[in-house]
Design a protein. Structure first.
Length: 339
């Protein structure tokens, strides 16, 4: 449902430099006055429709923070909006936070919304029974995306490398229909393309993000100036998120209806989509922001993902995780909510 790409970020970095210079006065005004709404961007992905539950049930107001949700039907447009300063925060993947961080654009990831947990996967023709069977086969995914990384992870598990398959660089919008049409042996897709390829293309799932916990995290990322000048509002937004998760737990059917309506999707389809992600609770967040040696740690994941992108010449430098990961907000929220 979301387009995970780093290409646009590289293109907008220069634009950001120009726009941020002429727009700094407006940004400082917003940062200085807590009554100004914080513009929070989001786009189509199951885990991010929770923001509409937050809004619908009044949890922003309950926590005393003024927030405008800004909808972007195309995910890449939301990345551009944050990089150019048109919004204050965005819902985006960790991988798409690395490009601006590597260029010195000051952003702070403060919350993990979810992890893909089966929402991204390798779908293959019925005649293919194992990952090793992919050798010499035509496999498609988009260069430089986290799904490209997922493909390489799957191949590595089978003792294969990218050179062992006929790799085709193809967007998910093209790869899904191409697989259904029988033009590919395998494709790495995300929802809803993944389910459609299985159902309509008679494909089967061999490997998914469920097999690599933490590889594909989705985050709430702020402009650093907002986290510095309006830290209380950032914390209030995080509290509003967890209030919504508590409400969802207590009122599952009503909550799903609200989110499915926002997604303009039948409730059964939305539920299938949201079941393919792991929504992160407060404890999950604190753990994710803790340094570790597995993909369950954001710092570890960012390092591995940055190495992958640098190997493709899509990053010139590997940014230090501490420059753009800020877990102190969720730590404070946990302490306060446990009182």
């Amino acid at each position: 449902m979301r387009q995970k790409t780093i290409f646009l970020m590289l293109a907008v970095l220069l634009t950001f430099t120009v726009i941020s210079g002429c727009g700094s006065k407006e940004a400082s005004t917003q940062a200085g006055g807590s009554k100004e709404p914080i513009k929070l961007a989001l786009s189509p992905w199951p885990g991010w429709f929770v923001w509409y539950l937050v809004k619908e049930k009044g949890f922003f107001e309950k926590n005393g923070v003024n927030v405008d949700l800004v909808w972007f039907p195309v995910y890449s447009d939301s990345l551009s909006a944050l990089a150019s300063g048109k919004v204050d925060a965005n819902s985006q993947t960790l991988s798409d936070t690395l490009a601006p961080a590597s260029k010195g654009i000051k952003l702070k990831a403060v919350l993990v919304n979810d992890n893909s947990n089966g929402g991204d996967g390798v779908v293959v023709k019925p005649s293919i029974n194992s990952l090793k069977d992919l050798k010499g086969k035509k496999v498609a995914t988009e260069l430089g995306t986290v799904d490209h990384l997922l493909m390489l992870t799957a191949l590595e598990k089978a003792g294969l490398a990218e050179k062992d398959v006929t790799y085709t660089n193809m967007t998910v919008n093209d790869a899904g229909p191409a697989f259904i049409a029988g033009n590919l042996d395998a494709a790495v897709l995300w929802e809803p393309f993944l389910s459609k390829a299985i159902q309509e293309g008679k494909g089967k799932l061999l490997f998914s993000s469920k097999d690599t916990p933490g590889l594909i995290p989705d985050l709430l990322v702020f402009k650093e100036e907002i986290t510095k000048n309006r830290p209380d509002d950032v914390k209030k937004i995080i509290n509003a998120w967890f209030d919504a998760l508590d409400y969802w737990k207590a009122n599952p059917e009503e909550s799903l209806k609200i989110m499915a309506k926002a997604a303009e999707t039948p409730i059964d389809e939305y539920k299938a989509g949201v079941d393919s992600v792991k929504i992160f609770q407060l404890e999950d967040n604190v753990k994710a922001f803790t340094k570790g040696d597995s993909y369950e740690s954001l710092a570890f994941t960012s390092g591995k993902t940055a190495e992958f992108l640098k190997g493709l010449d899509m990053l010139s430098t590997i940014p230090k995780a501490e420059t753009f990961l800020d877990g102190h907000f969720v730590e404070e929220v946990m302490k306060e909510r446990k009182k």
